[in-house]
Write a protein that binds this ligand. Sequence first.
Ligand SMILES: Cc1cc2nc3c(=O)[nH]c(=O)nc-3n(C[C@H](O)[C@H](O)[C@H](O)COP(=O)(O)OP(=O)(O)OC[C@H]3O[C@@H](n4cnc5c(N)ncnc54)[C@H](O)[C@@H]3O)c2cc1C
Ligand code: FES
Ligand code: FES
Length: 508
Amino acid sequence: MCRYCFQPMVIQPIAVARRGGFMRREISFVLNGTIHHSSGCAGDMTLLDWLRYQPHLRGTKQGCGEGDCGACTVSIARPDAKGNLVYRPVNACILFMGMVNGAAIRTVEGLATCGNQLHPVQEAMVKNDASQCGFCTPGFVMTLYTAYQNSSGLAPEEVDDTIAGNLCRCTGYRPIVAAAASLNDTGYENRHNDDLDLLLGLDSGQDVCCDKDGSQFMVPATSASFAKLYAEHPDATIIGGATDVGLWVTKQHRKLEKMIWTGGVAGFDAINDDGDFIRINPAVTHQQLLSYVAEDLPQCAELLRRFGALQVRSSGTVCGNIANASPIGDLPPVLISLNGAVELTKGGTSRLVKLENFFLDYGKQDRKVGEFVSALLIPKGTKPNLRCYKISKRFDQDISAVMLAADLEIIDGMMEGVRLAFGGMAGIPKRASHAEAALAGNPLDIAHFKKAGAALADDFTPMSDMRGSARYRLLTAQNLLVKYGLELISGKQMRLAGQGLAASLDGW
Ligand SMILES: Cc1cc2nc3c(=O)[nH]c(=O)nc-3n(C[C@H](O)[C@H](O)[C@H](O)COP(=O)(O)OP(=O)(O)OC[C@H]3O[C@@H](n4cnc5c(N)ncnc54)[C@H](O)[C@@H]3O)c2cc1C
Ligand code: FES
Ligand code: FES
């Protein structure tokens, strides 16, 4: 009997028929140190709803229900390629149950040991008076727990970035930051070593699904079964990190009948070195990419640091940010400026499309029925003149109103290979061909950047919406171009906020 849902722990294999085989209708995971099998779960059930239906697991809170506040944060861990557990903080409110298959989850109930000895993270919160009403506290504790587990503590300079996705209305952040900063001195102790052994005992190598109430969530285990399943069900919604799709369910109350997840596929979470290219597979998260490009493309890493907050970056995928075709997604402009390409696969056939040609019109991409984004390819190499400017109302956890990613080379004193890609200026992420022409072949001086700014009026007729008026967008884009010129000419970067990572990257 499971101590949470009082269902039998060993469930008879139940299978749903699919053409060419059977898929087990049961997911398996480790929850707070106990192996758990769950069947009869609707495909669109979120982890938060599931937890809160269990009698003893209501510490995880629902605040916004859309990934913004962090009250629902839990820890989810999987072994990496070297066999070490990697812990991620995730927003349980927008994570579907099928996405925990094969993972070790910890909720706030699973931290203290049996004798009620608090975990060091909890101790730190108590000692620093870091909680008042307590509503946000489980979320903060779980975010800090994941950082503690991954880094054997938490370096003080990492604190702000770590908790940027957790909101507190009443305590004030000073004591919470103090509690987090104190973790570096507590002496690291991993009390949850057993999770890895328990996970290795689970059979996560086969296709499974959650299927109930007319909603099915398929979790293929191999790239072959993913391709086959998607070819059989081209009407299924592909799920990467569900940081967009989760909100279709929790906010728009849409009923999703069929979903297929990239995250359970072996190898889909890898970034490969493909000779001339970096290959980003479908389940690679923003946080993974941030770590990977930190040295070679620090400007891109700096942008990624401002992508949502840690919970969103730990679930959301790079391919999902391309496939959702948002005109204000942060990654398309930078990947276009880097001359990236998208690989589309249907069944056993793949084709490559330059990313700048992939976006056709608002909500329309060069993607045929049955094709999925199987990878993004970025040419390798450092880019000293690449800059990314994200303009949003807040530093963290906000979508851009305007975004510029710019790159060029200086050859014999002249600007060449100019690539200026904007987000938020049209129905799709797009290059500014008139502005590029105003720079290309000219010397690096501010007059040409001003001319390029003026040419933007020929490139774009931006729209007005709640994030900014058309006039604001055009003027901002023009000013960003001038700023780009000033930064290149002076060799300095101009930033008003968020000097954390920027300061540590000084000199790039
Ligand atoms: C709180 C919050 C903050 C956010 N902040 C930002 C931000 O700062 N910048 C930003 O750009 N976005 C932001 N987003 C939006 C979102 O996180 C990103 O767009 C993210 O990259 C989506 O990726 P995903 O894997 O979660 O996509 P999902 O939600 O899983 O899917 C999104 C869409 O892409 C499709 N899809 C996913 N993977 C594939 C694939 N491999 N092939 C074909 N189709 C696929 C899905 O079917 C769906 O239509 C934020 C979202 C939240 C909730
Ligand atoms: S409830 Fe706010 S992020 Fe989940
Ligand atoms: S302690 Fe009340 S919201 Fe944070």
